[in-house]
Design a protein around this ligand. Structure first.
Ligand SMILES: NC(=O)C1=CN([C@@H]2O[C@H](COP(=O)(O)OP(=O)(O)OC[C@H]3O[C@@H](n4cnc5c(N)ncnc54)[C@H](O)[C@@H]3O)[C@@H](O)[C@H]2O)C=CC1
Ligand SMILES: O=C(O)[C@H](O)CS(=O)(=O)O
Length: 479
């Protein structure tokens, strides 16, 4: 791994403002070739408890500082992240596998949340309300929640943790974060830069750990933790909800998805194909907002399948270090097995293999197109999390709305049509948190990212993203 600044490859844990080693080690592997990259500190609940306790005292002082102070430190952090983007991208690619260009894009995407919340930090406005009596004056204060615990996934190891640390600090909170065991290095490198930006000791802790369950329990059971922000699978989100219930823990949950991608017969087919490539094959299909079901109206189904297969056939599979690679490895052999199972299940259920349908060595999987899929197949009921596009024909708008909504998930959806009225009907009818119309890539720090149903609760980014880290306090003053 060539880095301009080798100090960004940090293998110690960031605990209460100190860099510490541990006797136990967490091994970080390069998914492209299964070679061992490094060993990092492996934290346990006692270390988590120490981080949380220290965070509580640091947070009181941080909340007393001016919003402008907090904003300027976040801005310095943003500038450092951008200045070191090449190294951060190299670290990200090495531990997660995505192509270097995509990794670089993720670093800048993560940085955009830091920039955004450096600005929003100065806009935590309160309210005055006309009183209910002549001698009454009503105020609403917005105050930081306190100590936050964050748990993040492996698929966006930089952006997902930046998307939580930035608003927490902007709101005046402190935060302890446990990155995925597979990908701790990006989070540690961000902490190196946050420290360089002048972030006071103890406000941020990064706790790599092989004991996800134990760390989650500490976060849920430690009363000093006032909020948990989680990004990951719906199953784990459910566990955290149950564990946090005893203390009515505040929760933000960004969970799994099962995005429908709907192509009407009046759509621009080339635009729809490009939209599907963007939405299905980004990060080798390993994103929560990836298209997972592709509904194509019958009259254009064959044309769409042909054009899609031609485009998918050009996608190059390879290690992220190869500049020509567009589809990197899946994160693990288990992830590969799930993709293979979904394809086998679809084919045995009658789907036609149009392209791909097999591995490419290691955890690599060929970009795949299946036609003739239906609602009985795993590929439409479960999140595939791989580079497989399963096409489903439909006849009418009413039929596809019912099919698209026939899932416990509700994160993202995509609609391709040139009919303005139809686009409005679809935006209003689809049960999800985000809709792309004639586009397959919707994520930006400017907009509220999140889902409904079993895809989670709360929103990240946008002017809404700070709310999850603030409490409202109503004050009634009698003159
Ligand atoms: N809605 C969103 O924004 C996103 C959702 N996801 C979802 O995450 C999943 C893929 O990511 P994974 O890392 O495999 O998900 P995962 O849920 O297995 O792991 C996510 C994080 O939770 C931790 N974890 C696992 N079990 C835990 C437990 N019992 N208690 C506390 N923490 C625990 C893991 O160590 C990791 O840090 C997919 O379902 C994907 O859709 C991923 C990224 C973004
Ligand atoms: O982890 C994910 O899937 C991300 O939330 C997807 S995005 O924000 O990069 O679109």
């Amino acid at each position: 791994m060539h880095l301009n600044d080798t100090s960004l490859l940090e293998t110690r844990a960031f605990v209460a403002g100190e860099w510490i080693s541990t006797t136990g080690k967490l091994t970080v592997v390069n998914p492209a070739d299964s070679t061992i990259l490094v060993e990092v500190a492996d934290c346990d609940r006692t270390i988590a408890a120490r981080s949380i306790s220290f965070a509580a005292s640091a947070q009181v002082l941080w909340a007393k500082r001016t919003a402008k102070d907090r904003a300027s430190i976040l801005r310095r952090w943003y500038d450092l992240v951008v200045a070191n983007a090449d190294d951060l991208a190299m670290i990200l690619m090495s531990e997660m596998g995505k192509p270097l260009a995509e990794a670089h894009g993720e670093v800048l995407y993560g940085a955009s949340y830091i920039e955004w919340f450096a600005e929003e930090a100065k806009r935590v406005y309160g309210e005055t309300i006309p009183g209910h009596a002549e001698d009454k004056r009503l105020l609403v204060l917005r105050q930081p929640v306190g100590v936050v615990a964050a748990i993040t996934p492996w698929n966006f190891p930089n952006a997902m943790i930046a998307r939580k640390i930035a608003p927490a600090l902007a709101a005046g909170c402190a935060i302890v974060a446990k990155p995925a065991a597979e990908t701790p290095l990006s989070a540690l490198a961000l902490a190196v830069l946050a420290e360089r930006a002048g972030l006071p000791k103890g406000l941020l802790s990064i706790l790599p750990s092989s004991d996800a369950v134990g760390m989650g329990r500490e976060f849920c059971e430690n009363p000093t933790v006032r909020k948990i922000s989680f990004t990951g699978s719906t199953n784990v989100g459910r566990i955290l909800m149950k564990q946090g219930a005893d203390q009515i823990k505040k929760l933000s949950l960004e969970l799994g998805g099962n995005a429908p991608f709907i192509v009407f017969d009046d759509a621009d087919i080339d635009v729809a194909v490009d939209g599907l490539i963007a939405s299905k094959f980004r990060n080798a299909g390993q994103t929560c907002v990836c298209t997972n079901r592709i509904y194509v109206q019958a009259d254009v189904a064959d044309q769409f399948a042909t054009k899609l297969a031609q485009k998918v056939a050009t996608l190059k599979v390879g290690a992220g270090s190869d500049p020509a690679s567009q589809i990197g490895p899946l994160i693990s052999m288990a992830a590969l097995a799930k993709v293979e199972d979904h394809v086998a299940d679809a084919v045995s259920g009658g789907a036609k293999l149009v392209l791909g349908g097999h591995g490419a060595g290691g955890t690599f999987y060929m970009p795949t197109v299946l036609a003739g899929c239906n609602a009985t197949m795993k590929i439409t009921r479960e999140e595939t999390f791989g580079p497989v596009a399963g096409l489903i024909r439909f006849e009418s708008e009413a039929e596809v709305i019912a099919a698209a909504n026939d899932t416990e998930f509700g994160l993202a959806a995509y609609v391709f049509t040139r009919d303005l009225a139809r686009s409005w009907r679809m935006m209003e009818a689809l049960e999800c948190g985000m809709v792309g119309v004639n586009t397959g890539h919707i994520s930006t720090e400017l907009a509220p990212f999140g889902g409904i149903k079993q895809s989670g609760m709360g929103r990240e980014g946008s002017r809404h993203g700070l709310e999850d880290y603030l409490e409202l306090k109503y004050c009634c003053i009698s003159m």
